[in-house]
Ligand binder design. Sequence first.
Ligand SMILES: C[S@@+](CC[C@H](N)C(=O)[O-])C[C@H]1O[C@@H](n2cnc3c(N)ncnc32)[C@H](O)[C@@H]1O
Length: 451
Amino acid sequence: MAITKNNYYEGTVVDYTHEGLGVIKIDGYPVFIQDALLNESIRFKAIKVNSKFGYGKLIDIINKSENRIEPPCPYYFQCGGCQIQSMSYEEQLEFKRIVVKNNMRRLPIDLLIHPTVGDNDGNYYRNKSQIPVQMRDGKLEMGFYRERSHDLINIDHCLIQKDIHNELMLRTKELIEAENISIYDEKKHQGLLRHVIIRSSHDDAQVQITFVTNGKENVFRNITNTLAAEYPNIKSIVQNINDRKTNVIMGRENKVRHGEPYIVDTLLGKQFKIRTNSFYQVNHRQTEKLYQLAIDAAELKGDEVIVDTYCGIGTIGLSVADKVKQLIGIEIVESAVLDARENAKLNNVENATFYQGASEDVMKELVVDGIKPDVVFVDPPRKGCHTDFLECLIEVSPEKIIYVSCNPSTLARDMKYLMANGYTAKEVRPLDMFPQTNHVESVVLLIKVHK
Ligand SMILES: C[S@@+](CC[C@H](N)C(=O)[O-])C[C@H]1O[C@@H](n2cnc3c(N)ncnc32)[C@H](O)[C@@H]1O
């Protein structure tokens, strides 16, 4: 091994890991260092070493990158919410392009990796905040967890959540304290309130607050009345029951405590109802750009049968329903399918059918029913697509597959499979849905090869 723990070394950063750590090679041995930027020469302390790679802690910068900035958020070095605030926004975009490029190396052909489509300045974009609560030394704390832990950092302003969320986070905290609401203790699995979730439409015209509780007790009457009186744009307050001993934030059962069970937002001129358990992209500005990239890639003519899988509340498919003959949506979460069906009605879409179930199961049924889609939009969670689903996809063999991905590693894995089975691609378009974090979204068009 080239280095030993607790010793100090110098080197130049030659690459980034997918987590945004700088990579330094000491005699070929890679060491990963948080907040070390590409091309910087630094001094670091080896803090963890194993046979294949190690981790270092940045000690001094010998030669500073022109892309380094002072992290704008005072909580950055404690809070696990953001990972790359030491990079200028331009460097963040380039880092994301590098991550996509590195993942695409495992494909049989070279693809063009476009520059990452950026947000304006990358701040105050999150339209959903999931805020854990905790009592420490008799004081209520709300904030976000330290990286890879449940160690809560008490926060009164978050740089990446929308202003209205910062305001409501503080006001809700005051009210929870004033009402002396019982707070959940994760170790003892006792106490009531676990999380406060805030979600808002792009123009703040509709806001939803969800109290996630360990049990059904309704202690939120006064808070609900106060919030509803102070903020007429709070259209929905829901109590979500999660009484399991789990890290999963939400339970399945909801009690509406004020207004509707959903809020409504607009995307690309269409309206969408969003229930608290349903997935909805977190950055409105970037979602419209993402969907436009996916829609442009499809080059729809008007007579196509399209499938929108992993469709959430139906946003991608419904955005193009008036440009196609038939739309089939597939989604596993019950509330999201309910939203998707209501969203079809809300937008006067009559050529759409939404199925509830796993893509891998529903696709099999579609194959049996002889459905032959021309275009399939695929937008899975981070773990990517199930192999059974990819097999069905190959069986129905659409002319075009538009893969929208939030994880370039599983994207590359699934593309490799599709490319070994009759599909090809030319380019990848990375997009920054989550500025200040190490996550990157991508859009790829895969086309059927005709021999
Ligand atoms: C990344 S989100 C995309 C949702 C939607 N396309 C959008 O842009 O809002 C992935 C969606 O896949 C759903 N999902 C997860 N596993 C699934 C599966 N096996 N089959 C179908 N849907 C699934 C999730 O509930 C979530 O709504």
